[in-house]
Design a protein around this ligand. Structure first.
Ligand SMILES: Nc1ncnc2c1ncn2[C@@H]1O[C@H](COP(=O)(O)OP(=O)(O)OP(=O)(O)O)[C@@H](O)[C@H]1O
Ligand SMILES: [Mg+2]
Length: 256
C-alpha cells in the first residue's frame, strides 16, 4: 500500500429511485494531504461522503481505508476506525453547551454517558476531568475557548461551523471529511478556518474537503477531485483544475 492508497473508492454506484447520484465513481486520496472535492450542485459530493462514512450503502463498488473494506460497516464503526465527517447542515445539539457538544464526540463510551443522563454523577471522576481538559484544549485550538460555556444556538454561524470541526477532532479521527466548512463565513472566520485546516494538515491529519470557493481551494488543496453527475471527471492540482475551460463550463454553466 502506498500513501496514495490511504482511502480508495472504486467503481461506486448509488441510485435514489431513478436518479443516479454516484456513477462508476473512483478515486483515491493521499495520506497527510488536503484534497478538495469540487463539482456543481447535485454532482454527488455529499453522497460520496455518506457512502464513505457508512450513512448510505453503495449499490455497487468498493471503499477501502488503509486496505480495509468499509462497505457494510456502521457509521459508528467507521468513526472507530479513524474517519469522521462534518455535515453540510451542521447537526449540532443546539440547546447544549459548546463544551458538552465536544464531550459527546469524544472517543469511547463517554458521549453515551452524557446523552443518557449518567453524566452528572461522574463529573468528579478522573476520566471525566481528563476528557474535559482534552475537550477544552480542542476548543482552544479551533478558537472557541472563550465560548466553551455558551449554548450553541447563541453562536454565530461561523462559530457553529468551527464547533463542527472541534467535534470531529474530539473523535480522534485521522481522516477528516468536511462538507463545505468555509461556506457562509465572514472574511475573518474564513481566514481562521483556512489557518486551522493548515494546522491540522501539519499535525498529520488527512483532509477531504468539499469546497466551492476557488480561492479557498487554491489556498488549501494539493489535489483536487472534480465530480460531475456522480462520476470523477478530472483530478489535478488546483491550477490544473481551475484553468480547464471544459470544467469551468460544467461548473459555472450549471449556475447560469
Ligand atoms: N437521500 C437521498 N434521496 C434522494 N435523492 C438524493 C438523496 N441524497 C442525494 N440525492 C440526490 O442525489 C444527487 C446528488 O446529491 P448530493 O447531495 O450528493 O450533491 P452535492 O454534490 O453534495 O450537491 P450540493 O453542492 O448542492 O451540496 C442530487 O440530485 C440529490 O438530489
Ligand atoms: Mg452537498
Amino acid at each position: 500500500m502506498t500513501a496514495q492508497d490511504y482511502l480508495t473508492v472504486t467503481a461506486v454506484d448509488k441510485s435514489f429511485g431513478g436518479l443516479k447520484a454516484l456513477r462508476d465513481c473512483s478515486f483515491s486520496i493521499s495520506k497527510g494531504a488536503i484534497t478538495c472535492l469540487v463539482g456543481p450542485n447535485g454532482a454527488g459530493k455529499t453522497s460520496i461522503f455518506n457512502v464513505i462514512t457508512g450513512f448510505i450503502k453503495p449499490d455497487q463498488g468498493a471503499i477501502e481505508f488503509e486496505g480495509r473494506s468499509l462497505v457494510g460497516s456502521s457509521p459508528q464503526h467507521i468513526v472507530s476506525l479513524g474517519i469522521a465527517r462534518t455535515f453540510q447542515h451542521l447537526r449540532l445539539f443546539n440547546d447544549m453547551s459548546v463544551l458538552d457538544n465536544v464531550l459527546i464526540s469524544m472517543r469511547g463510551q463517554f458521549g453515551e454517558m452524557l446523552l443518557t443522563g449518567l453524566f452528572r454523577p461522574f463529573r468528579t471522576q478522573r476520566g471525566l476531568s481528563e476528557k474535559t481538559a482534552a475537550a477544552r484544549a480542542i476548543l482552544q485550538d479551533v478558537g472557541l475557548g472563550p465560548k466553551s460555556a455558551e449554548i450553541v444556538r447563541n453562536l454565530s454561524y461561523g462559530e457553529q461551523k468551527l464547533l463542527c470541526i472541534a467535534r470531529v477532532l474530539a473523535s480522534g479521527a485521522d481522516l477528516i471529511l468536511l462538507d463545505e466548512p468555509a461556506s457562509g463565513l465572514s472574511a475573518a472566520e474564513l481566514q481562521a478556518t483556512i489557518n486551522l485546516l493548515h494546522r491540522l494538515r501539519d499535525s498529520g491529519k488527512t483532509l477531504l474537503i468539499v469546497e466551492h470557493n476557488t480561492r479557498v481551494v487554491k489556498q488549501i488543496a494539493s489535489d483536487v477531485l472534480f465530480l460531475h453527475q456522480g462520476h470523477l471527471m478530472a483530478r489535478g492540482t488546483p491550477d490544473e483544475i481551475t484553468r480547464d475551460p471544459a470544467l469551468a463550463e460544467i461548473y459555472f454553466g450549471n449556475m447560469k
